[in-house]
Design a protein around this ligand. Structure first.
Ligand code: NAP
Length: 464
């Protein structure tokens, strides 16, 4: 038998999840010209690209241009896509271990973290994850409703997801019209009565998790002013000390924007975005089951033993009226059937991408990359180096002979299995047809595309 990884006997790898980490796994493997590898990618949705399609804000189209590079990888004849096929439902771990030498999980972090405060389940309290997936037309979220007749909205968290949500709520229909936002979301936002948007950060301006371009954009909205309370814009002594010892260009730029916004007068725009610092929600207050306000405690900054600046509650509390609340305090991974999972971190147990048991023993043939490997941090490009690290380990293990021993590693064996379990699987060529139709539907409206937001409509394109 020729050596595995050569043309007569290619290394066979299954990739579960078609977001950035999945596609950077593909491009990293194909860089190794001395290795012949066949990559089969599975996704539960018919559409590829994960959060690039369903997470990146529709008014940030430039960030979606990475899809072109992913498409280039997909053109390699040794790549195949099986969309509409779910790991755990259509295919199980044993199906894969019987057909591949290696399996890599790149399923991201699809759910949100909770605040764990009273009132979080009131009507009108949502996760940012749901709202983002809804306005981006993710089929699982297309039927949700958000009460945009509310005038006041609070967003808890200071990361870039919170900024996306705040910006989408603050923009005018004209600013959103030429995007690929789902049609139903455009319509709902056109009728929106939202006037006040609050971003609530538990620490100060020096610790904000957003990046400078995002906070800069808030000062340039067509019909929304931005403001910061002058006392909350001040950088506390601990943060000044911290920044002196740990210079941070992003933090400095963020502080400069915040200082500018605190000094701004209102210019008569119809909406107002208020960025609040050093406040933590301790309860969501309701009336007849519907959220009506956020009870906030004022925090003070202190230097913790680990050298970071942390928030500490004072005894000052206030009520902030809000009929709609979004928690945007980070994403979380969900466990996959038969794959070791670190519950409190929300990631697959791993060492440099090699899946391991809770006792720290490597699970032969299983790997992970992206948010489900390291947690929900970093930008799209961070997944490139992350996937590179895992692919390196996969190649080292191949060389060391530490791979699975499949019964039948042929491509045909996978075709047979998938077509038996999910006859409506989608190939990359099928996706290209759906893609072309979406783009065509967008042309007349000068939009990048008009998305199909349910699976039946996507499949119908292929039957025409
Ligand atoms: P994130 O950047 O980790 O921000 C989470 C925010 O939630 C932080 O401000 C954090 O505050 C706060 N938080 C956490 N627990 C809290 C609690 N119990 N109470 C109040 N606040 C709490 O997460 P994200 O916004 O979900 O973004 C995920 C990743 O995607 C990030 O790396 C982000 O940069 C990236 N992303 C990038 C873009 C872009 O490039 N345009 C767009 C979207 C997302 P502390 O700092 O005090 O913990």
């Amino acid at each position: 038998m020729p050596e595995i990884g050569t043309e007569p006997n290619p290394l066979r790898v299954a990739i579960i999840g078609s977001g950035p980490a999945g596609f950077y796994t593909v491009s990293n493997f194909f860089k190794h010209k001395d290795l012949t590898v066949e990559l089969d990618m599975f996704d539960r949705l018919p559409t590829p690209f994960g959060l690039v399609r369903a997470g990146v804000a529709p008014d940030h189209q430039k960030d979606k241009s990475v899809m072109r590079a992913y498409e280039k990888s997909a053109e390699n004849p040794n790549f195949r896509f099986f969309g509409n096929v779910e790991y755990g439902t259509h295919i199980k771990l044993a199906d894969l271990t019987a057909r591949y030498h290696q399996i890599i999980f790149t399923t991201g972090a699809p759910v949100d973290r909770n605040l764990n405060i009273p009132g979080e389940d009131l009507i009108g309290s949502h996760s940012a994850t749901e709202f983002v997936a809804w306005y981006n037309g993710h089929p699982d979220f297309a039927n949700l409703n958000f009460d945009l007749s509310q005038e006041s909205v609070a967003i808890v968290g200071m990361g870039n997801v919170a900024m996306d949500v705040a910006r989408i709520l603050s923009k005018t229909p004209e600013e959103l019209r030429e995007t690929d936002m789902a049609d139903y979301a455009l319509e709902a936002l056109r009728a929106s009565k939202v006037k006040q948007v609050y971003l609530l950060g538990r620490r100060g301006p020096a610790q904000a998790a957003f990046t400078p371009p995002e906070i800069k954009e808030m000062g340039e909205l067509l019909d929304s002013d931005v403001t910061v309370l002058s006392d909350e814009a001040l950088v506390d002594v601990h943060s000044l000390q911290y920044l002196e010892a740990n210079p941070d260009k992003n933090a400095e730029k963020n502080i400069a924007y915040i200082t500018d916004y605190a000094a701004r007068e209102r210019t008569g725009k119809s909406k107002l975005l208020t960025v609040r610092f050093l406040v933590s929600p301790v309860e969501l207050l309701g009336e007849d089951g519907q959220v009506r306000a956020v009870k906030l405690v004022k925090n003070e900054a202190y230097m913790s033993d680990d050298g970071s600046v942390r928030p500490r509650a004072t005894d000052v509390v206030e009520e902030l009226p809000a009929g709609l609340v979004f928690r945007s305090v980070g994403y979380k991974g969900v466990p996959l059937p038969e794959v070791p999972f670190h519950e409190s971190w929300g990631t697959i147990d791993n060492e440099k991408g090699r899946v391991q048991t809770t006792e720290g023993e490597q699970v032969t043939g299983l790997y992970t990359a992206g948010w489900i490997k390291r947690g929900p941090t970093g930008v799209i490009g961070t997944n490139k180096t992350d996937a590179q690290e895992t692919v390196q380990c996969m190649i080292e293990d191949l060389v060391a002979g530490k791979i699975l021993q499949p019964d039948d590693a042929s491509r045909e064996a996978v075709d047979m299995l998938v077509h038996e379990r999910q006859p409506e699987t989608i190939t990359f060529d099928d996706w290209k047809r759906i893609d072309a139709k979406e783009i065509k539907n967008g042309e007349a409206q000068n939009r990048p595309r008009v998305k199909f937001t349910n699976v039946a409509d996507m499949l119908a394109v292929l039957k025409r």
